[in-house]
Each structure stands twice: as C-alpha cells, then as structure tokens.
Design a protein around this ligand. Structure first.
Ligand code: G3I
Length: 353
C-alpha cells in the first residue's frame, strides 16, 4: 500500500512538472519575446500587467501608436497613451516596438479629405515621422516603418493614398525619415501572408534588395504571422530562410494561430469549429512549439529581433470582431489562464538555449 502511495505521489509530481513551466516565456528564450497590448491594459489592469511582466520583455501597442491614434487632425498630436506606455516599458525594463508609421489602414481620414498632391503628402509624412520618431528617440527600439504595402497574390504595390500620390518612392522616403529621426532604431518592413504566399514573399524580397541597393536604411523584416492550424509548414520554413538570407533582423511581429478560416476581409470568417476540444488545444500547442522551433532553425541568433504574439489572451484577440468568427488564437484563455499553447510555445522557445 505504502509503495503504491509513493508511486502515485511520484506520478502526480511528474505530471505537475511537465505542466509547470520551468520559468516563463521570456527567460526561456535567448531573444526577446513580445506581446501586443492596449494602453489601458498596462496602465490600469493589474492582472494584465502581472502577465506582461512575468512572460514578456517586449511590447507593441496594438493600436495606440498608429497614425490615426496619434495624429488625429492636422498639426495636432495626441501623445498621452504612448507616453503612458513608454513609462510602463521603462519602469519595467521592457522593450517597446513601434507600430506603425505608414499603413494604409492606419492613415487618418483627414489626409484623404485634404486631397493632397505629392508635395503636400510628402510634407505631411516628413512632419509626422520626424516629430514622432524624434520624440521617442532612444525609447522605441524598432519601428514598423511601412506596413502592408504589397498585395496578396500578385505582390503588386497596394493602391494606398501613399502609393497613388507619391508613387513607389513613398517607401524609401519613410525609411529615410525614420532613420533621420532616430538613427539607432531598427527599421522594419512588416506584412502579412508573406509566410504562405510565395509570390508576395518574392515581391517583398525584390523590393528589399532594391531598397538596400539604394542604401535605404531598412534593417528588418516583420512577418506578422497570423496563421491557421493548416498553414503549410514547409512554406513557412522556406519564407523564413529566404528572409534571413537578406541578413536583416527578422521579427515574427503579430503571431496568432486560429482553427477556423477567413478570406482576409472584415467579416470574412468561415466557421468550421464551434467548440474547442482537447485534441484541438493539443494540436495548437504543437503548432506554437513548431513555430518557435522553425524561427530558431531558420533565423541565425544575431538576426533574431524576437517573436511577438498579437495579444496573449483569447479574451482580447482581434480575430472574433474583425472576421466575425469564434476562435481561440492565443496562448492564454479568456480567463487569463495559460493554455496548452502556452506550454508548447515555452517548449519551442527553450530550444534556443
Ligand atoms: O475602441 C473602440 C471602441 O470604443 C468602440 O466601441 C469599438 C466599436 O467598433 O471600436 C473600438 O476600436 C476598435 C479598435 O480595434 C480597438 O478594439 C476599432 O474599431 C478597430 O478597427 C480596431 O481594430 C484594430 C485593427 O488593427 C485596425 O486598426 C485591431 O484591434 C488590431 O488588432 C488590428 O491590428 C492589425 C495590425 O495593426 C496590422 N496587421 C493586421 C492586424 C490585424 O488586423
């Protein structure tokens, strides 16, 4: 009886050990591990603050640093939320990643209402990036300077107001200005689906080679990495390898992994799974682990800017509202408890040691 009791106690202990993280995400990796957050979450929400401080050493403001959030009208800037988050990051020794200077969806309405010609729009861009980048010089480690400039499927330039008004040169101009504002900051081109759409990937790589040949100060590539459980792993590996061959910093900048599908448009969710099963949770854990391992396998240590999840809790994921889709993309559940995905990610990160 006593032997049986001891055996059971040992088994319970072993079970606890496999479920218990050896430490936390950030200490289990040799590169920064980040999360997107909303300003109020790190200013007012102590349960969110606790998790951010425990697991992450890099943060990205999910929306609060976008142009529409800081430059709401001409000649007027709203720095409050950014200042709050800078303070939080500094007090807690957390890296702040800037997202994003120029993004078609982040552009405030007053710009198109003005119907600017190329000279006017160039001046708007110049004032904005120099004012903003200089204000946070030394406080923001890296910037997504240009976000989502290319189209899926063809890799052509997106017909944003920036492209339509200033031509392709808006991209190099944005990087030059960002570099002038903060010469130490790491400057990224950031996009989605480049891990799965090889036409778009190669268009991006050609664009980056051209920028480098022109001595444009680009220093990183951001893979948003909004993936699905069935996103092809060989293609992801290929994309990471090709991107790493540029020698630039590589950031997995907006990671989440969904079970269902969508067509990339607002409201375009395709509900396949209504309920979350244990098998699905385990498969998601394996996918998070695999993704961390794939990053470590394909990106040399000196190019690892980090892996950032686009929010850590299913409670705040952008997916349900954007795609009108029920899903569970994150590593913590809606009650802020770590999911199997958390432990999968933790195991994957641990292979960097
Ligand atoms: O804060 C208001 C709230 O007061 C209002 O009641 C509510 C009603 O719609 O809207 C709230 O604002 C929303 C905001 O997210 C905060 O939840 C905006 O409508 C909504 O458009 C905004 O969506 C964000 C989206 O970018 C557009 O900026 C998502 O949170 C954010 O996750 C998403 O992030 C983007 C990255 O920046 C770039 N890559 C793709 C990624 C996902 O779309």
């Amino acid at each position: 009886m006593k032997t049986l009791f001891l055996l059971m106690a040992a088994l319970i202990l072993m079970g606890c050990q496999t479920n218990q993280s050896p430490s936390n995400l950030k200490e289990n990796a040799t590169f920064p591990v980040g999360t997107a957050i909303r300003a109020h979450q790190v200013v007012n929400d102590s349960s969110m603050q606790t998790i951010v401080n425990k697991d992450f050493n890099s943060i990205t403001l999910e929306n609060g640093m976008k142009m529409y959030a800081v430059h709401r009208s001409p000649n007027q800037y709203n720095w409050k939320h950014v200042d709050d988050v800078v303070r939080f990051a500094q007090q807690n020794y957390i890296r702040l990643h800037g997202h994003a200077f120029i993004w078609h969806s982040g552009t405030p309405g007053w710009i198109s209402e003005m119907q600017p010609d190329s000279t006017m729009l160039d001046k708007i861009m110049e004032d904005y990036i120099l004012t903003y980048g200089s204000r946070y010089k030394g406080k923001v480690a890296g910037w997504d300077v240009v976000n989502e400039a290319l189209l899926d499927g063809t890799g052509e330039f997106r017909k944003s107001i920036w492209y339509e008004t200033m031509g392709e040169g808006y991209i190099s101009r944005a990087f030059e200005l960002a570099h002038k504002a903060d010469p130490e900051a790491i400057l990224f081109y950031n996009d989605f689906n480049i891990e799965r759409d090889t036409v778009k990937l190669h268009a991006m790589l050609r664009m980056i080679e051209k920028l480098k040949a022109q001595d444009v100060p680009i220093s990183g590539i951001g893979f948003q990495m909004h993936i699905r459980m069935d996103t092809d792993e060989k293609t992801i590996e290929y994309a990471l390898k090709k991107a790493a061959e540029t020698g630039l910093q590589i950031h997995l900048s907006e990671i989440d992994i969904i079970f269902n599908k969508h067509d990339d448009t607002p409201g375009g969710g395709i509900q396949i799974h209504d309920e979350l099963t244990d098998e699905m949770l385990q498969a998601q854990a394996d996918k998070y682990q695999w993704l961390a391992e794939a990053y470590i396998r394909n990106v040399p240590p000196e190019q690892r800017y980090g892996m950032t999840v686009w929010g850590f809790s299913d409670k705040y994921s952008w997916i349900p509202s954007f795609f009108d889709l029920k899903d569970w993309p994150c590593i913590y559940d809606e009650d802020l408890n770590p999911k199997p995905a958390y432990y999968g990610f933790l195991r994957g990160l641990g292979t960097s040691k």
